[in-house]
Design a protein around this ligand. Structure first.
Ligand code: HAM
Length: 415
């Protein structure tokens, strides 16, 4: 048998990494609560059609990246590549239209068959928010403020920037699409192979092509801004004004079009230069037609998702302060007979306690130091015969013999 290996693009999240994930998710959850977003959890897989219809057949996420399979009943199912389509599907199938407006928060694994590299995985984690039923630009700004608040709280205030653009309403987009195709068609053979395909199917995506010669060809291309309707312009100006009023720094990026087909009006990405090519940390935008495309009532939406793997890569866990870790060690066989009972009492009282085993007493004390224990409880026959234990403060070196109940009361007082 070959060496047992994990599947390419998947990761084992070991305890330290997992602590970061938990910290980040907890911070996001608490903030989302404060902004009135209730948590939702949709299934990890949906009928394939849910994603095909919402993300668009020509988006990379659908055309190249889905994990799609037939189940035993012959249904085509797809592992979710993102969270928005599932939320929109739930909104329709749970009949939530009567309860609008609605605000949702979610967290969980997503799956995309992409080429793995630093910050890009085939199973990765997103946390995200979706605000449904809000037509006005204030909703775009509210979700952006929540994203910014989260990124700031993680210490990224000066390590990322909000890039923002507008795609305008569907008519503006259509008009621009026609102009762009008219401009690029004569240059088709000079475009990269990917962009040639996009020219037929999804020409706006050519704007954010990473290919330098594509970018050169685009230099004289018509600008999306020139095709925007007055309403689209006013909408976007309101978003930008509010961002300025709220002190959220941003950079206009007229080339930002985003990879999924459902967007209109505001699109944005908080990007960093710290993660190499995979610089998008938190991205999203407005999707006013998505729910209708899926067969629901016309319902505007705006939201974002953040890549938790990427946030964790940049994040440093705060130093634990006021931490109490009690090492329990036996000095002799009478102590060994008591160690599990003492350990249980400490843990039931709410303390983090570790049993130190192996080697002589000196070795055990060294192990307690290595664990960075704050206190050691030493169990020996002489003290136990008097119903006492020995407690040593490993910081100060101070040692006392006390009843265990007194030790617990004292330690509680110090917390
Ligand atoms: P997205 O830009 O495809 O948007 O993904 C959002 C975030 O997920 C990215 O900014 C990135 O941090 C992370 N991400 C994406 N792919 C990977 C990957 N292969 N490995 C690691 N992290 C990744 C969406 O998914 C939309 N549903 C966002 C949205 C919500 N728009 C409106 N509402």
């Amino acid at each position: 048998m070959n060496k047992v290996q994990k599947v390419r693009g998947t990761r084992d999240l070991l305890p330290i990494e997992k602590m970061k994930f938990r910290f980040i998710e907890q911070s996001a959850y608490e903030k989302a609560q404060r902004y009135g977003f209730g948590e939702i959890e949709t299934p990890i897989f949906e009928f394939s059609e849910v994603f095909h219809r919402s993300l668009g057949e020509t988006s990379d996420a659908i055309s190249k990246e889905t994990y799609t399979f037939l189940d035993r009943g012959g249904e085509s199912l797809t592992l979710r590549p993102e969270g928005t389509a599932g939320v929109a599907r739930a909104f329709i199938s749970e009949g939530m239209a009567q309860n609008l407006p609605l605000k949702f928060y979610y967290y969980g694994p997503m799956f995309r068959y992409e080429r793995p590299q630093k910050g890009r995985y085939r199973q990765f984690y997103q946390l995200g928010v979706e605000a449904l039923g809000f037509e006005t630009p204030s909703a775009d700004v509210e979700v952006l403020d929540l994203g910014w608040n989260l990124l700031k709280s993680l210490g990224f205030e000066n390590r990322c920037i909000l890039e923002i653009n507008t795609l305008g309403d569907p008519e503006s987009r259509k008009k621009y699409r026609e102009q762009l195709v008219a401009f690029l068609l004569p240059l088709k053979n000079e475009l990269s192979p990917d962009s040639q395909i996009r020219l037929d199917k999804n020409p706006l995506r050519i704007l954010d092509s990473k290919d330098p010669s594509d970018q050169k060809l685009l230099e004289g291309a018509p600008q999306l801004e020139a095709s925007l309707s007055t309403e689209s312009k006013v909408f976007f100006e309101k978003v930008l004004k509010s961002l300025t009023d709220l002190g959220i720094p941003f950079k206009l990026n007229p080339k930002l079009v985003r990879g999924l087909d459902y967007y209109c009006h505001t699109v944005f990405e908080f990007t960093t230069t710290e993660l190499g090519a995979q610089g998008a940390l938190l991205s999203g935008g407005r999707y006013d037609s998505l729910i209708e495309t899926l067969g629901g009532p016309k319902t505007p939406g705006v939201g974002w998702a953040a890549g938790v793997d990427r946030l964790a890569e940049m994040f440093q866990l705060p130093e634990e302060t006021n931490r109490t870790l009690i090492a329990v060690l036996a000095a002799d066989s009478a102590g060994e007979a008591e160690e599990l009972k003492v350990l249980q009492k400490l843990r039931y009282a709410g303390f983090h306690a570790e049993l130190i085993l192996g080697g002589n007493f000196g070795k055990k004390m060294k192990k307690a130091d290595k664990l960075k224990a704050t206190h050691a409880i030493i169990l020996g026959e002489t003290e136990l015969n008097q119903n006492l234990v020995s407690i040593k403060n490993l910081g100060s070196g101070e040692q006392q013999n006390l009843p265990l109940s007194q030790v617990i009361a004292d330690l509680r007082g110090q917390r």
